[in-house]
Design a protein around this ligand. Structure first.
Ligand code: EPZ
Length: 422
């Protein structure tokens, strides 16, 4: 099992390329199930989660070709020969549940294992089920699998989500493209990954309006064709790398970064004393003069502060001046990075969904353990500025969502290496 060793090495500088979005690619790939013509994705990220989705789609009979070192994915669902998404794959990655809506719409039936919980929460699927049943699906939970049937096809309907769930919006949006008639999604998720999915579906012939707002309207069509679509920039990878110069000092340019993808996040960086400027290549980030100031953060659905950047922001707040209160409103257990940061000398008090961070002058390197994808990278960020050496173990979590993470941090001048069996 690999570890990553990082040593505080002063201010950073350099240009970092930002990859295509993991969370866009994981919903764009299942969209191939909606059509018998090829779907090609460019700017795809090279991540283990993409490999897992490839494995799942292949198990259903899709042909998936990975070209140009994994940055181009060519998929064909012409010959689907299996409609069961097996537990062994689904339990590895919750996003596997995004094959449910498209498979049901295309084949009229689908059997998808419930993903089960994960480190950050129970991750139920009640909103996915509610939305698909509103379109006429009959869904039964049996032996840990959702058995979904739409013997007469799907019919457009109004679906009001009790919570703006990203995955439920994606599953129902994809299913609705082939439903008879009109579907209106109310309190739909507004994330950029939803807009990216809708853009790709329109390229395939779908009729969708309102994506990016809370109300999405879909006119069902008889069939969808093939398309070629570039995966949108990864706003979570972007925000993560923007925090590196914020924590260490220096100036870094994130190539491909777009301010519209990280609006609420940049407001908090500005409040904390970090400058973000748009360049013709992306976003340039530098610490303004003096120590970082503590800020309060509450995670919310887009366009609010993203839960996927909460752990990374906490790493910044550990050495900020003052007291910062971070409220995690999206997941029930997303502070597992806190005790690890405490091992490095951070002062963090967690009560339920609220973490109170009292800034200290500097953290001290220590052996720490990665527990989930975003917690892992927050420990790396903390280690970049800590005094001495930090060894982050179980870094397989990182490989799920950060391509070439060591090389990218090295590209900024960080002292970092990946070691095996540490
Ligand atoms: C997506 O997960 C992302 N994953 C997550 O990123 C991200 O944290 C999350 O959206 C919120 O932005 C992918 O896109 C692959 P949700 P998803 O449905 O779709 C509850 C990362 O680090 N809920 O918006 O699962 C749920 O339990 C990952 O890249 C229900 O109660 O998120 C959670 O508390 C982590 N019932 C909240 O809503 C449901 O039917 C948010 O879930 C569905 C969700």
């Amino acid at each position: 099992m690999d570890s990553i060793v990082v040593t505080g090495n002063g201010p950073l500088s350099g240009q970092i390329p930002i990859a295509g979005a993991k969370n866009a690619c994981l919903t764009l790939m299942p969209a191939t199930l909606l059509s018998d013509e090829p779907l090609t994705l460019t700017n795809a990220p090279r991540l283990s989660d993409i490999k897992t989705m490839t494995e799942l789609l292949s198990s259903l009979g899709c042909e998936v070709s990975s070209l140009q070192d994994g940055q181009v994915l060519v998929m064909s669902s012409h010959d689907l020969d299996n409609h069961v998404a097996d537990y062994d794959i689904v339990r590895k990655m919750r996003a596997s549940n995004l094959v449910l809506g498209p498979m049901l719409a295309r084949l009229g039936h689908a059997v998808v294992s419930l993903p089960g919980g994960c480190a950050i929460g129970a991750r139920p699927m009640d909103l996915h089920i509610q939305g698909l049943e509103a379109l006429g699906a009959e869904i039964e939970l049996r032996d840990g699998y959702l058995h979904a049937n739409a013997p007469n096809g799907l019919k457009g309907a109004k679906v009001s989500f009790g919570f703006a769930s990203v995955g439920a919006t994606e599953n129902v949006l994809m299913a609705a493209t082939l439903a008879r008639g009109t579907t209106v999604l109310e309190n739909a998720a507004r994330e950029p990954e939803i807009v990216d999915l809708a853009t790709c579906l329109r390229r395939m012939g779908a009729q969708i309006e309102g994506d990016g707002t809370g109300t999405i309207t879909i006119q069902g069509v008889d069939r969808l064709g093939g398309a070629t679509h570039p995966v949108v920039t990864d706003r979570i990878e972007l925000g993560t790398y923007m925090l590196a110069p914020a924590i260490c000092g220096g100036e870094v340019e994130c190539l491909g970064g777009r301010i519209d993808l990280v609006g609420a996040f940049c407001e908090k960086l500005d409040e904390a004393g970090i400058s973000v400027s748009e360049t013709d290549k992306g976003l340039k980030v530098a610490r303004k003069n003096g120590r970082i100031r503590s800020v309060n953060v509450t995670t919310e659905p887009f366009p609010g502060f993203p839960t996927d950047l909460q752990a990374q922001m906490m790493a910044l707040m550990c050495t900020a001046e003052g007291i910062s209160v971070l409220e995690e409103k999206i997941f029930e257990n997303r502070f597992m990075h806190a005790p690890e940061l405490t091992r490095m000398g951070a002062q963090i008090d967690v009560h339920g969904g609220t973490a109170t961070v009292t800034g200290v002058e500097r953290l001290k390197g220590a052996p720490v353990m990665a527990t989930d994808l975003r917690a892992s990278v927050s420990l790396l960020l903390a280690g970049l500025a800590a005094e001495g050496e930090t060894v982050v173990s179980r870094v397989y979590h990182l490989d799920r969502g950060y391509e070439q993470v060591v090389r990218k941090f090295e590209g900024m001048g960080a002292k970092i290496e990946r070691v095996s069996n540490r």
